[in-house]
Design a protein around this ligand. Sequence first.
Ligand SMILES: [Fe+2]
Ligand SMILES: [Fe+2]
Length: 373
Amino acid sequence: MQHVRTRSGLLNGDGGIRETGTVRPFLHVLADTSDKLSGVCSILEEKFTVAGERLDADSRLSQTPAIIVIRAELRDLDNIAAIKKRAGKLAKARKRIFLLEHTSHVCISQAYALGATLVLPSTVGRTRLLAALTDPADESSAASGDAPQPDNAVEAAATAVASMFTAVTLGQPLDVNGTKEAGRQIADRIGQHGLTEWLMTVRRHHEGTYQHCLLVTGITIDFGLSLGVGRADLERLYSAAMFHDIGKARIPLPILDKPGRLDAAERTLIETHPAAGYEFLKDHDGISPEILDAVRHHHEYLDGSGYPDALCGDSIGDIVRILTISDIFAALIEHRHYKPTMPRAEAYNVLCGMTGKLEKALVHSFKQVALTR
Ligand SMILES: [Fe+2]
Ligand SMILES: [Fe+2]
C-alpha cells in the first residue's frame, strides 16, 4: 500500500513547492503503520511538502528529498530490511531523522547503523520535531556560503559510540580497535577543520549521551593538540575520551538524558558509571593501564571530593586531569533541546571557579581551547 500526502501546489524541479512565491521544503516520511505515518505527516505538513510511504510498500516515491523522517519499531527485522532496501535514497538525503518507539542503546545503535543523522524518541513533541527539521544553524551556514563539512566522520564516530554502548548492554566483546579508529578520525577532522566546526556539527546532529562522548573526544583532542602532545599521547587521550563514559551503558537512558535535576537515588546510580566502565574494560585486550585509569577516575578532583575512590593530588594522572577538564567543559556547552546552550566563555568561567579541584596551570592552558580554537 502506498500512502502519499502532499499539500496542494505545484512541485518544482528542486524538490520544493511554489505557493504564492514561497518554496516549501520537500521531505519524505516512512513509517511502519498507517497511524504512525499520518501522525508524523500531520505535524510536518505545517511547514513542509510531505510525501509519506509505509515501509512495507514498494518504494515508489521518485524524488529524492533533502530530509527523510522514519518512524518505526527497530526491534522488527522486517522494518530494518525495508529501511536497508531504501539505503540508496537515504544516503542522498542531508538529514535522516529516526523517531524510535524504544530508545534503548540497542535501537539507537541500530538507527545509526542504518544511517540516522539524528535519533529522537517517537514521543518527541511537535515543537522539538519541527525545530530539528528547521535548524537555523543549517540556514546560517548555507547563507554565509560556509558549507558544513561532510559528516562522515561524525556519523562514523556516533556509530562507534552507539556500538560500544550496545556491546556493554548485550554483554558482547567490544570493538576496541574500531572505537580507537573512530577517535583517530575525529583527530584528523579536528586537525583539518578545527574544534569549533566539530562542536557545531556534533551539537546539530546528536543528542544526550552520544553527543556528550563525541564532544568530550573532540575537546580532549584539541586540548592535547594545543599542549603539543606527541602522537602516542594523543592516541591515549582520544581513546580515553571515547571510552570514558562507557559505564553509562549500564544506566537507563531516561535517567541519563533526564531534563533537569536528578534525585539522590538517580545521582547515586549515575555515580556508579566510572567503576562500571573500568570493570567492563579491564578484561579487554588493547586497553592500556592509562586508559583504564582515565575511565575509572575522570570524576576525581585534586581536593579529594570526587568519586569513586576520592583520590587526591598526585594520585591523579595527567591524562585524567586533561580528560576531566574537557569532560566538564563538554557537559556545560552541550546542546539540550530543553535549555539554552551555555556560551563557551561562560563555561570556561565555571572551570576557573572550581578552585582546588582542577589543576590551575592546566585550566589556564585550556583557555585558548575554550575560547578561541
Ligand atoms: Fe563520566
Ligand atoms: Fe563524561
